[in-house]
Write a protein that binds this ligand. Structure first.
Ligand code: SAM
Length: 233
């Protein structure tokens, strides 16, 4: 899988992409991530990529031309399955959307800054607008990282145990069960006996019941009919 991220602040993306699971995914050749500095595509003398908003008001707007030049160069080199714009008024990012994105070969993500991008970018280049939640970040980079991390760990072969991601919250429309590790007894706080019993079928059943119970208590909305609709292409 290949992910291209377009940004005005490449430095913001560096560290999170170079540690832990994403680093491993890249080293294994399962995930390629390319960062593009939109400013490199600005043709004016000062490499300016933003300007005042028509109609006035506070805040700058990212200009269409550098974004057009960058996206057009990339789309001239390969076909992208999705060109995402990270924006608070977009469709909410979910595990289901990550399950969909991981089936794709090439994804491009555009990070906004300031008041966002010129609307014509959204109208003419973007295939999907995505939000990571109902709050406003100062830039799209953190949102792009959230999507890259969540999607990247689903690529087959990235996690050392393939089944691990399937057991995580949201995959079965359930929250994950509680987990424990050694010591079995810490200050008198004991691990449930069933987990030490060695009966795998009973352990699996216990975990499923715990997942159900947790979901009912914390996220009853997830158990409502229709909430498990698969992501549409
Ligand atoms: N004026 C915009 C609005 O009110 O919808 C907010 C602009 S925000 C300060 C700057 C950039 O951060 C956005 O263009 C977007 O790329 C990114 N951003 C902010 N909040 C986000 C969110 N919840 N999800 C995804 N991207 C977000």
């Amino acid at each position: 899988m290949r992910i291209d991220i377009l940004t005005l602040l490449p430095e913001l993306l560096e560290s999170p992409l170079n540690y832990s699971i994403l680093k491993r995914a890249k080293e294994k050749g399962l995930l390629e991530i390319y960062i593009h500095n939109i400013r490199d595509y600005a043709r004016n003398k000062h490499k300016q990529a933003d300007d005042y908003a028509f109609g006035g008001g506070a805040g700058m707007v990212m200009m269409i031309e550098p974004i057009d030049l960058c996206i057009s160069k990339l789309t001239g080199e390969r076909q992208y399955d999705e060109i995402l714009y990270l924006t608070p008024d977009g469709e909410r990012f979910t595990q289901r959307m990550a399950n969909y994105l991981v089936t794709k070969k090439n994804i491009l993500m555009l990070c906004g800054h300031y008041k966002g991008v010129d609307q014509r970018v959204r109208d003419h280049f973007i295939t999907r607008e995505v939000s990571i939640g109902d709050y406003v970040l100062s830039g799209g980079e953190i949102a792009a990282l959230v999507i890259t991390d969540c999607t990247g760990r689903l690529i087959p072969g990235v996690l050392s145990d393939e089944t691990s991601a399937l057991m995580d919250s949201f995959q079965d429309n359930l929250l994950a069960p509680p987990v424990y590790t050694r010591p079995a007894n810490y200050k008198g706080w004991k691990v449930p006996d069933i987990l030490l019993s060695g009966h795998q079928l009973q352990v699996d059943e216990w975990r499923h019941q715990q997942s159900l119970e947790r979901t009912r208590k914390l996220r009853p909305d997830m158990l409502q009919e229709g909430s498990e609709k698969p992501e549409e292409e």
